[in-house]
Write a protein that binds this ligand. Structure first.
Ligand code: COA
Length: 175
């Protein structure tokens, strides 16, 4: 067990590998996003997800130059995913999700470690993200990697319920 606040160590948990996604992964990754969106609490995407649109968008990300999509897999099945959008001005915007049954086992850590390495290789000087304030697991994971809270968006995102949710803006300089 690592001490809270210590930098994350070693490689992925046993049996888990992290690699760039291919077009063959897209259906499974979109299905995972649909599941996580269905939980209703963690990610910006809300149910019902427009699956065709999502699939087209992810295919473009997997094939294009402006994004990096990573997949964590175990036993040949995807158990986590992470997307980086590479802005021309050098910031890589991050989104990620781990399948519910795989959380708390180091998959997110393994994905984030690889994402930081890939973002550096792509020439980004900074990672950026937004997270719901109630998402304690995600905030703790990001802070463990050295992300700092850079801002707070009050009543910023309108949810389909009509609620207005706050968001924390976080950043990790890479230079
Ligand atoms: C946030 C998320 C990606 C973390 O992935 P994960 O595989 O569960 O994370 P890890 O097992 O690698 O945990 C890494 C660290 O995160 C923190 N963490 C993980 N789960 C936690 C929890 N339930 N409560 C508090 N901290 C937690 C801890 O600091 C942990 O380190 P430790 O185990 O050494 O204490 C995952 O919970 C998830 O997919 N949630 C739903 C989607 C989501 O929230 N995406 C991010 C949107 S901004």
């Amino acid at each position: 067990m690592q001490r809270s606040g210590s930098p994350p160590g070693d490689g992925p948990p046993p049996g888990v590998t992290v690699r760039p996604a291919t077009l063959a992964d897209v259906d499974a990754l979109v299905a995972m996003l649909v599941e996580v969106a269905g939980e209703g609490r963690w990610i910006g995407t809300e149910a019902p997800v427009d699956v065709d649109r999502r699939r087209r968008r992810m295919e473009a990300e997997v094939e294009g130059e402006d994004a990096i999509v990573l997949v964590a897999e175990a036993g040949g099945e995807p158990v986590g995913q992470l997307g980086l959008h590479l802005a021309r001005y050098g910031v890589a915007d991050l989104g990620m999700a781990v399948a519910a049954g795989w959380r708390g086992r180091g998959v997110g850590t393994a994905l984030l470690r690889e994402a930081i390495s890939q973002a550096r290789k792509a020439g980004a000087h900074k990672l950026a993200l937004q997270v719901w304030p109630h998402n304690a697991a995600a905030v703790a994971l990001y802070e463990r990697f050295g992300f700092r809270r850079e801002g707070y968006l009050h009543r910023h995102y309108r949810r389909r319920s009509g609620e207005l949710w706050d968001a924390i803006v976080m950043g990790l300089p890479l230079d």
